[in-house]
Design a protein around this ligand. Sequence first.
Ligand code: EPU
Length: 423
Amino acid sequence: MSKVIAIEGGYKLNGTVRISGAKNATVALIPAAVLADGPVEILGVPEISDVEALAILLRELNCDVSIKGDSIRLDPSQMEDIPLVSDAVNKLRASYYFMGALLGKYKRVKIKMPGGCYLGPRPIDLHLKGFKALGANITYDEVEETYLLEADELVGHSIYLDFASVGATINILLAAVKAKGRTIIENAAKEPEIIDVTNLLTKMGAHIRGVGTDTITIDGVEHLHGTFHEIIPDRIEAGTFLIIAAAAGEKVIVQNVIPQHLEALISKLKEMGVQMDVVGDSIIVYGPQKPLKPVHVKTQIYPGFATDLQQPLTTLLTQADGKSSVKETIYIERFLHCEQLNKMGAHIDVDRASSAIYGPTKLHGARVQATDLRCGAALIIAGLIGEGKTEIMNVYHIDRGYDNIDQKLITLGAHITRYEIDA
Ligand code: EPU
């Protein structure tokens, strides 16, 4: 059986939607918390399947976990150094944060290759380069597809990242917070989720400076203690709802947003002619404005235009009057959504790391595949504005990262159902 999201298009959305805690912060905060010697409570946890998979991994490590509403409480005091080789590792990319966290905690970790969305090649060479620089010996077992990382001790070192990778920056931080001496990460990533993770680590007693700049300095400490933390709002979920509102809304208030995290998207939407007001931690979108103007988007590391938002924005660009383009510089193969949108009547050409979107095109319902999480979001938007019924398959991708998206949209007036089919 396979889950389907079915959308009857053409209903105008109105009302308020509250954004959940950031998925990409959550999936790093949970592994980070195991570095503590006592209980850590994290609030604002989104209800997504990536969190369920992380909870399975924590229990495999004998870490006490309880999830109540949007709060997770972890008590790592009885945790053990057990290899992470179950299928739960493959369910999400972020299981690789246990590499840094367990290496930092036990100086040893055995873990399967991580899973996650297919966005083209996703190497982890920079993570490994960082662990090696700190003193880890790394072996990879091709038969078992597992990494073994071991060190007699971890010693601080200078590490230059050839690319400002989010994952490598966080993973090296996790391994370095309890290493001996000073670690310096140069050309570090600056995404808000990294700042959130360092805020938790600092509350746990870590000594970290420079986060949010190119250079992060970590002075290792012997012990980290339990604490309490609230996750920042999800800028990608917020951005997705801004695009949804621009495409299918009349007046939609997107609440619990840090507008500074969304500057690149907000300026592109304004360039397209979308009307918005930023009021404190809410953004009010008045839509749909017609005609929308075409724009050219190039994805970049933060604070540039987020790669995670180019897929949902592409659906809105199908409604702009003229030729728009998207150039990917982060994941050059992140264009599988275009073929699905074309099945719904879009006219998009993909050439190497770019797409050209010719609009406006009238979209219609079809049976389409969510090939990855943000493709799923792009298809939901297409379903909301398309004529007739859209059936989205491979819903598990969407459930990995969007907290109750159907329910949030239904509250705004969308006509959405879920069911299972034989597939
Ligand atoms: N890269 C390497 N070597 C490495 C690490 C990365 O070549 O060791 C390359 C990647 O192949 C990619 C680029 O560097 O081309 C960026 O990768 P990065 O490490 O920055 O991304 P990530 O940590 O794997 C996180 C988010 C992604 C988001 C990217 C970029 C999580 C769990 N994932 O991935 O989120 O697209 O940063 O902002 O935080 C999503 O939410 O849909 C998603 C895919």
